[in-house]
Design a protein around this ligand. Structure first.
Ligand code: CU
Length: 648
């Protein structure tokens, strides 16, 4: 086993070689100095101005593809924690200048994301509040050292006086001893509304009292889990000649695939310029792939109706990335990349081994035993895996991208960790599952949004919706066995907000409008959705207004460098309407032009008993398969795994 980590610190003093390379520690520091010199960061040291986001402002696609010198830019969201003043800043590190600084209006723009120091501040604020302490005391909870305060983004539900505040809503959990699992002991019926600028509790909702569930959920305590089983024998993965990929900084090449790896505090892992080497040249497939938003709306309509996390736009998924351990999180010949993000003060922070790159055997690629010529052949499938894991509160999410020998691309998200909990009210409560005595896990959805900036054989792409259906008996179909494909070209943005339809096997084919295969048909890639439910909240609900992206499985937009986030740039307490519904309002032409495909996917999670106290990974995702992109099976040249694996 090897650990061939690439340490960005080694090259921090040099400018990155490629315009899409992640921002370096040196660039973050330089950018912060530019902001300080421009008066955007008053009072160095103990400063009230904090970085709610800080990352690379990628140059527009046209400039990158044309090889134009663009310079390096960074974007920062600055929030003054004394006044609430919020600013969206872009600086040019190359020119040493502030490019733009826009003051936000919270009533129309919403609030900047939660910052690290909000967590500690909220704990102090609620524990100092007499009203909240009295409500806890009524529940027999007087020892504040055992209480864990959980700040939850507020959404936008009115009244306007609440929505104008930079605020969170706080639920509480009890941690009886060191290492106890607090999520097993929710304090229900009570929420504190905290103003993060005034630094006080401005409202308490105290609607009912239920006993704090008592059973321990500490899954690492032998009294809970029992003794470790002793029947698992070792599995070792070895590649005696090393892996088949080449990782040169963030540039990755494996078999016919090549791509650039990026990482962002908000989006996490980003993949750029994914292409296939075929027929002697590079064929682009996706210019940029990422998961720029996700929402986890909960389905309990009682006092916690506001619970809906936009983990990416409100909490910044990438910032909470885990450091991965060889032999624990990843097995075999692993190459790691570090990620560089910043803390609240814009100080660079390296997350060692944040991104994992490795190669996996994936069972049979193709196989046939021929009844006529006696040939028996087997080939092994392999995939290249690029992944990272992040922890957002109670949940942990792994984001995995797979690239296969046959040109298939998959995105898989692994959801694990601990389900969010409440007290079980008893009786027939339809909104949650009782997972331990008196402990409930409310129903919720995890809806992810993939942004796929497609470049199938170039910029000129179009999307076709493909359904399959049987045909009724008729003169051309006398025995009723006919099956046909129905192909509908999606030509305008207004027409391309689509839902999956499992009964029709609905897929979406992204085609080149310039390049053809050997039968004169457009080369393409097909998106296979999972056809799980979209957002189930009522169309008139506040959460639907804010998570408009999640009301369709598919959106297609004309490329616009400013349209990056599915729920809009500013998600926290946004009143709604931003992101994809706004992007498509102009109803642009999407036929034979530079387009972006957006895909909503993810499970509706009615927790099972087996999800408690820690949840086995639940998978979701989507697949992109070449469809007439190649002229035949592109893996005929894969050799048998061993000479004895074929018979002629
Ligand atoms: Cu879940």
């Amino acid at each position: 086993m090897t650990d061939t980590a690439v340490r960005p610190g080694e090259t921090a003093s040099q400018p990155p070689a490629h315009p899409l390379d992640p921002a370096t520690a040196a660039e973050y520091l330089a950018g912060r100095e530019i902001m300080a010199a421009a008066g955007l960061l008053p009072e160095e040291g103990g400063a009230p101005v904090r970085f709610a986001y800080y990352g690379l402002e990628e140059p527009p696609k046209d400039d990158v593809l044309a090889g134009r010198e663009t310079g390096r830019r960074l974007r920062a969201f600055l929030v003054n924690t004394d006044t609430g003043e919020s600013t969206d800043v872009v600086v040019s590190v190359t020119d040493g200048q502030v490019v733009s600084a826009r003051r936000l209006d919270p009533r129309t723009d919403g609030q900047l994301p939660i910052i690290d120091s909000d967590f500690a501040a909220v704990d102090e604020i609620v524990k100092a509040d007499p009203g909240w302490r009295a409500a806890m005391a009524r529940r027999g909870l007087a020892d504040m050292s055992k209480i864990r305060a959980c700040p939850i983004t507020a959404g936008a539900f009115g009244p306007a006086t609440d929505d104008d505040r930079r605020m969170v809503r706080v639920l509480a959990f009890v941690m009886n001893r060191e290492h106890d699992l607090a999520w097993a002991h929710p304090v229900d019926g009570l929420a504190a509304y905290v103003d993060l600028i005034e630094k006080k509790v401005f409202k308490i909702t105290d609607e009912f009292e239920l006993p704090v569930p008592a059973e321990s959920g500490d899954y690492d305590d032998e009294a809970v889990r029992g003794p470790h089983r002793t029947t698992l024998r070792p599995i070792e993965i070895t590649q005696p000649e090393g892996p088949s990929f080449i990782l040169n900084g963030p540039w990755l090449q494996w078999q016919d695939w090549s791509m650039r790896i990026g990482f962002d505090a908000r989006e996490g892992l980003t993949l750029h310029q994914i292409s296939l080497h075929s027929g002697g040249h590079e064929r682009p497939v996706i210019y940029r792939a990422s998961i720029p938003e996700m929402v986890v709306p909960y389905g309990d309509p009682r006092f916690r109706y506001w619970q809906a996390y936009f983990d990416t736009g409100e909490y910044l998924c990438g910032k909470w990335a885990n450091s991965l351990e060889l032999g624990c999180d990843c097995l075999g010949e692993i190459a790691y990349l570090d990620a560089t993000v910043t803390d609240d003060s814009g100080e660079p922070r390296t997350i060692p081994n944040a991104i994992c790159v490795h190669e996996e055997d994936f069972g049979i690629l193709w196989k046939h035993t021929d009844i006529f010529n006696g040939s028996a052949q087997s080939r092994r499938q392999r995939r290249l895996v690029v992944s990272y894991f992040t922890t957002i509160g109670n949940y942990d999410y792994g984001f995995y991208w797979y690239f296969y020998l046959d040109g298939t691309i998959e995105c898989e998200i692994k959801a694990t960790g601990v389900v969010f909990t409440s007290a079980y009210p008893g009786g027939d409560h339809p909104y949650s599952t009782e997972v331990a005595p008196g402990l409930a896990a409310p129903v919720h959805q995890h809806l992810f949004s993939a942004r796929l900036d497609m470049t199938v054989d170039g910029l000129a792409n179009a999307v076709e919706e493909v359904d399959v259906s049987g045909r009724p008996i008729g003169p051309d179909n006398p025995y009723g066995n006919a099956i046909v494909q129905e192909v509908t070209r999606l030509t305008r943005e207004s027409q391309a907000g689509r839902r999956a339809d499992g009964a029709r096997g609905r897929t979406w084919r992204i085609i080149s409008t310039e390049r053809e295969n050997r039968f004169g048909r457009p080369t393409g890639y097909t998106l296979y959705p999972e056809s799980a439910p979209v957002l189930l909240a009522d169309p008139a609900s506040p959460v639907t207004a804010r998570a408009g992206f999640a009301t369709n499985h598919l959106w297609v937009t004309r490329y616009d460098p400013a349209q990056r986030y599915s729920a809009g740039d500013f998600v926290n307490q946004h009143p709604g309407g931003a992101g994809l519904p706004a992007f498509v309002a102009g109803d642009r032409d999407i036929d034979g032009t530079d387009i972006v495909v957006w895909h909503t996917f993810g499970p509706t999670h009615m927790p099972r008993l087996e999800d408690w106290p820690v949840m086995p990974v639940a998978r979701c995702g989507f697949t992109l398969k070449p469809t007439g992109f190649f002229d035949r099976n592109p893996t005929l040249d894969v050799p048998p795994p061993s000479p004895h694996c074929q018979a002629d």
